[in-house]
Design a binder for this molecule. Sequence first.
Ligand code: ZN
Ligand code: ZN
Length: 249
Amino acid sequence: MDCHLHSRFSPDAKKCGADTPQHIAEAVRKKGLRGFIVTDHIDIGHWTDSKPIDFDEYFETWERVRKNNPDLTIFIGLEIGYEKEHEQENAELVKDLPIEYIINSVHYWHPNDGFKSGHIQSFTSYLKCVSASLDAPYPFNTVGHLGFPERYAPSQDMIIDYDTFRPLLDEIIRKALDRGVRFEENTNAGGAMRLPRADFLREYKSRGGARPVLGSDAHISDSIGQYFDKAEKFLDGIFGKRDAQANIV
Ligand SMILES: [Zn+2]
Ligand SMILES: [Zn+2]
């Protein structure tokens, strides 16, 4: 299953030409996947030039797609951008929604000077926010794309390696295990970049962590299921070969 993809209900996906919801389902089928979870963006305080999701329309649309595609397993979810100052608004927003799956992601963190004060400081600031996101006052299923700022680092040598960031990564693993949430392996950054990285996942597994779910983070249909073969092999190397019948989450 593709557990992370965006549709026209996400402003950035709309801008880059996302397919209609029915076409997304067809693209998932064509890729040979069993199903998907639609996880459109909620980032309160950002993208204020776009109109917020109309949730009546959101659920009506995806319920209809689910009904029209009974061969696919489809869940209706959201990707919520975590920020401390908006956590209560997020909680309020999802409280009464019949949401089936939530990815809790950090897209904006503070302070963030775009690597001007060095990558150690930038990554530390990001990881502190991820750690805080694990105490979010709303339910969620997975931690989105752990290591996200590596995508924007000025050099590929700038990575969130376990040894350098051990105290914060230890804390993130502990909180995730305590809360019973999973990680996703996000394949959006391409075949080589791993979010999360292998050293993190080895440590996580050694403490009882379960195999991550896979998410393409597709904003257009062509990217659905991207690099899943590589990611499955990568995860097999850490968690052992997956039971083909195993379900998600
Ligand atoms: Zn994201
Ligand atoms: Zn996303």
